[in-house]
Design a protein around this ligand. Structure first.
Ligand code: C5P
Length: 233
């Protein structure tokens, strides 16, 4: 199975994004484009980064009625991205509609990953605001299992949950995991962090790494270190 490091391109505009990517002359990292950059620059930035040869995880977390998500996914699939996501809270009908929309005439499609509960939601706010009373762990695993049953490829989760997700949903169900920091690095606002090597041991398939690479003095060296630690090469 492909394991890789995905760099979170959390930049506000095209100029800053491309000057960051220009530093990479020897390799073409897998990158994540989120809402900030996508809403600022639109689909043109996706096409431009794709044309430079990068694989792209388009992190737009879709959540709407099945018909709307299906049509939106068809548009995203046409951008030739490699991975997209949605909220599992949209339920099974929305997830299967998303898969239909993503599938291209030739049968290929980007990987489809589910967000379970946002890490900003805790047990208290889930019970109070969402009226979900089960323990967070069970809710996350139930959403993952529902996504797997709908035919999705994986979930976004903490590396600390990767083993449990694989146990419940199968070893080939992908775990895409943020919250990664170097052992000697600054955690920033991430609360539960693991190193790239520990993420590998815990079974992460893809680690999503932002600031430890984007804010490093030498981003290319930080990326290479991350790949080396995660892939154990
Ligand atoms: O800079 P840092 O490495 O913390 O960036 C992590 C990336 O992963 C950010 O783009 C963040 O939005 C995303 N993310 C996260 N935690 C989640 C889901 C996504 O940190 N639960």
């Amino acid at each position: 199975m492909a394991k890789d490091v995905i760099i979170a391109l959390d930049f506000e505009n095209r100029e800053k994004t491309l000057s960051f990517l220009d530093q990479f002359t020897g390799e073409k990292p897998f990158v994540k484009i989120g809402m900030e950059l996508y809403y600022a620059e639109g689909p043109a930035i996706v096409r431009e980064i794709k044309a430079r040869g990068h694989r792209i995880f388009l992190d737009l977390k879709l959540h709407d009625i099945p018909n709307t998500v299906k049509k939106a996914m068809r548009v995203l699939s046409g951008l030739d991205v490699d991975m997209v996501n949605l909220h599992a809270a949209g339920a099974t009908a929305m997830m299967t509609a998303a898969l239909e929309g993503l599938t291209r005439p030739d049968g290929t499609r980007p990987l489809l990953i589910a967000v379970t509960q946002l890490t900003s939601t805790d047990q208290e706010s889930m019970e109070r605001d969402l009226l979900i009373r089960e323990p967070m762990d069970e809710v996350v695993m139930h959403y993952a299992a529902t996504a797997a049953a709908a035919g999705l490829d994986g979930v976004v989760c903490s590396p600390l949950e990767a083993g449990k997700v694989h146990g419940r949903c199968g070893g080939s169900f992908l775990t895409v995991t943020p919250g990664v920091r170097f052992a000697d690095g600054d955690a920033g606002d991430q609360k539960r962090v693991t190193t790239p090597a520990r993420a590998r041991e815990l079974g992460s398939d893809y680690i999503v790494v932002g600031r430890p690479i984007t804010q490093a003095g030498d981003s290319v060296a930080a990326y290479r270190r991350c790949v080396k630690e995660f892939l154990g090469e």
